[in-house]
Design a protein around this ligand. Structure first.
Ligand SMILES: Cc1cc2nc3c(=O)[nH]c(=O)nc-3n(C[C@H](O)[C@H](O)[C@H](O)COP(=O)(O)OP(=O)(O)OC[C@H]3O[C@@H](n4cnc5c(N)ncnc54)[C@H](O)[C@@H]3O)c2cc1C
Length: 326
């Protein structure tokens, strides 16, 4: 038997969609392992978010609006999650595969002296063991891993990989005690909002991405943004354009940027270099718009439109907007 704990990434009571995906998946994993599904919600705004989580199929939501969580970097959250895991005994900790989730997950794994499986897209039971499925090298390989001879396991879960389904009997919300005797040193001076998009790239269902073929910084704002808005999606970019200063690095997708898995990825003026491909090739449908019919992206895109990127993006925006208002 193993319990499942999800770490809820939140600020001021606001969280990401992946939290609800984790809450739904935690139930399934807990049922597979014969344990309970727990969530840990910490920091300012946590009580309101805990109430919201009651609508998901969890057993217990542990909550503490500890101001230290908002003041100090990662350590207080790690203390709470570690303490709960030790109290429950055998447990699997699920964290979102986001910057902050990975930070928390790797620290918790180190504290619990266990392994961490990163960027997982499926979880199943084989021979009584939890098997974590994760695509590697842009989906070229699919790995299956299980935790060996350990009480604990930590898994970072890719946003958009699982469905979020409200329901269940209604979790019990209960306070979690602050771990005693801790002092923290790394203080958060300020939060800088990502300039990338209102919707985080990692969890956008549609990504409109641009490369050097757009010619300059200007079309990112004037052409790609309106198209992303029409789709309710986010704008991404290649490293070439981030290096050129056309967009912030927070928008970069690829080996040294973000890994994304939207349902639809439209690449405008992107050649499809391997370093870009590894960050987006597990997208549901990939459409590329490129003036070069022989561009490498044509080898892995579902559709290659040989045309001028700006003309296609502008026309597509018009069509999507017209369709939405129809
Ligand atoms: C260690 C390392 C790490 C890297 N990490 C990353 C990473 O994380 N992410 C990443 O993206 N890259 C990364 N790169 C860089 C990568 O190798 C490529 O250089 C980069 O992805 C190319 O960006 P691009 O497609 O925008 O530009 P280009 O390769 O220059 O391609 C531009 C494309 O636009 C097309 N085009 C031109 N005009 C038009 C037009 N009017 N309409 C339509 N199409 C047009 C061209 O035919 C071409 O295919 C990394 C490189 C290294 C060495």
């Amino acid at each position: 038997m193993s319990d499942v704990i999800i770490f809820v990434e939140q600020r001021g009571g606001h969280t990401r969609k992946v939290t609800f995906e984790l809450a739904t998946e935690a139930r399934k994993v807990a049922d597979m392992l014969g344990g309970k599904a727990h969530a840990v919600v910490l920091g300012g705004g946590a009580p309101a978010l805990a109430e919201q989580l009651k609508g998901y199929p969890l057993d217990v939501v542990h909550v503490n609006d500890d101001a230290d969580v908002d003041t100090y970097l990662a350590e207080p959250e790690v203390d709470y999650v570690e303490a709960l895991a030790r109290e429950l005994g055998s447990s699997i900790v699920l964290v979102p595969n986001t910057m902050h989730g990975r930070d928390i997950g790797s620290r918790v794994a180190a504290r619990l002296k266990t392994g961490i499986v990163a960027d997982v897209t499926d979880l199943k039971l084989e021979d009584g063991k939890l098997v974590c499925v994760a695509p590697k090298l842009g989906g070229a390989f699919i790995t299956s891993s299980a935790f060996k001879n350990t009480e604990y396991g930590v898994v970072t879960v890719r946003p958009n990989a699982f469905a979020a389904e409200a329901g269940g009997a209604g979790a019990t919300v209960q306070p979690i005690a602050k771990p005693a005797g801790k002092t923290y040193v790394v203080k958060i001076e300020s939060h800088v909002e990502e300039a990338a998009a209102e919707i985080g790239l990692e969890e956008a269902a549609v990504i409109i991405s641009g490369g050097r073929g757009l010619g300059s910084a200007e079309p990112f704002d004037s052409v790609l943004k309106p198209l992303a808005k029409a789709f309710g999606g986010a704008v991404g970019a290649t490293r070439a354009v981030a290096d050129a200063g056309w967009v912030p690095y927070s928008m970069q997708i690829g080996q040294t940027g973000k890994t994304v898995s939207p349902r639809l990825y439209i690449a405008f003026g992107i050649s499809g270099a391997i370093q870009h491909k590894v960050g987006m090739s597990t997208s549901g449908t990939i459409v590329a718009v490129n003036t070069d019919a022989g561009a490498p992206i044509g080898e892995f895109a579902d559709m290659l439109v040989v045309a001028n990127a700006l003309e296609v993006a502008t026309e597509l925006t018009r069509l999507v907007e017209a369709n939405r208002s129809a």
